[in-house]
Design a binder for this molecule. Sequence first.
Ligand SMILES: Nc1ncnc2c1ncn2[C@@H]1O[C@H](COP(=O)(O)OP(=O)(O)OP(=O)(O)O)[C@@H](O)[C@H]1O
Length: 463
Amino acid sequence: MTAMPSRLMPKLLVVEDDPGLQRQLRWAYDDYEVLCASTRAEAIDLLRAEEPGVVTLDLGLPPDPDGVSEGFAALEEILSLKPDTKIIVASGHGARESALRAIAGGAWDFYQKPVDIDTLGMIVKRAFHVHALEQENARLAERATDEWRGSGGPVLGQIITAAPEMLKIARTIERLADTGVSVMLLGASGTGKELLARGLHDASPRRDGAFIAINCAAIPETLLESELFGHEKGAFTGAVKTMPGKIELAEGGTLFLDEVGDIPLPLQVKLLRFLQERVIERIGGRQPIPVDTRIVCATHRNLDEMIAQETFREDLYYRLAEIVVRIPSLAERPGDAVLLARHFLKVHADAMNRPVKGFAADALAAIDAWNWPGNVRELENRVKRAVIMADGKYATAADLDLAAAGEEEGDILNLKAARDMADRAAIRRALARSQGNIAAAARLLGISRPTLYDLLKNHGIQI
Ligand SMILES: Nc1ncnc2c1ncn2[C@@H]1O[C@H](COP(=O)(O)OP(=O)(O)OP(=O)(O)O)[C@@H](O)[C@H]1O
């Protein structure tokens, strides 16, 4: 299925169902080890086995060679298994829409069919270059942020994390803060989207202006327009005085639109107009009011799906989401649950003047094993509860209202990744149980202390 393998050459995966084109592409590239797949399943097998850095992906794959469904499914699957893969999507004539959708879905670039080998060659070369740079960057960043992992001190103002994934996000936010780009934060409820939005504001040149947050899902549709745009006295029954809207209040600062996916369509049009013209009109008002504010928004909804169903305007999406930042759930950030739990325990024990000093071993193991469907918010609530319920100095799993430890399962890339993940989880669990004592953790794991030190180093785990 592949050309002459060479250990040292970077791997390029060509996902293309036309055998003639496959052959052509395979011979066109001497500098890469070219792997070819004709279907999504083959592509995923090769991804798992070979971990190519760059993929060229034809969207029309069997069983839907004339459509794009398989191609988009492949794009999503590849990125969920290996998010750093650079995917270059092939789009047919006039398929600008697919190309844009692919980029919004995480593709790195696209090219127009019929294939021009030289042009594609350049895109592929650039993709490998960026991939190599990112890998190097990630390695350096890992090293540079090691100190944070030890202390778990706050980054970007108030964010407590030890997870490389979140540290990377904090760095991204810091970098974006200076630029004027619109940022969309995607993540489940309670993952810290608002905290990150505030961090972005505080790190931006607008920090002296107001940070105004509005949760679009929490306000009834009929009131949302007035909340956002304000109203003049007498504009409707009950409008007894003129009220500026949240957009206006955010003048000179940042407006955080939480759950932006819940804005009804007519209001989306009005918001889009504001983003284009940067002026608003209060309800019942005749005067256009210029407003200079930066919009950061967030949602836990699948906006791609909403766009496809025409319940969210695509033009608004592109205005709001110049940069999309995906926030991992708490379960996807190994080590963070325990770290945050310790932080919240101290905060709430101090605030409530309770004698609780830490967690019992069963509590730490349970925290580490729980899947945290409600993310950081759930964690904080459970810890608060434990601070109240704990009898002695140490809060137990029962105080957290957590049962004995269970196991969670995710989609994994390959056997090596699965083993690494299992190793890391076991080590973290042992460290949590032994309250960070290396000798005790090594004993729990049935290995020597030097072996544990080696493993900690290899897996980049700090205690
Ligand atoms: N990394 C973190 N460090 C410290 N506190 C955090 C962290 N992440 C979240 N929190 C806290 O958890 C709570 C929930 O976070 P936040 O409101 O930012 O989540 P969200 O993703 O905006 O949730 P929703 O979508 O439900 O509004 C807040 O009290 C926040 O301060």
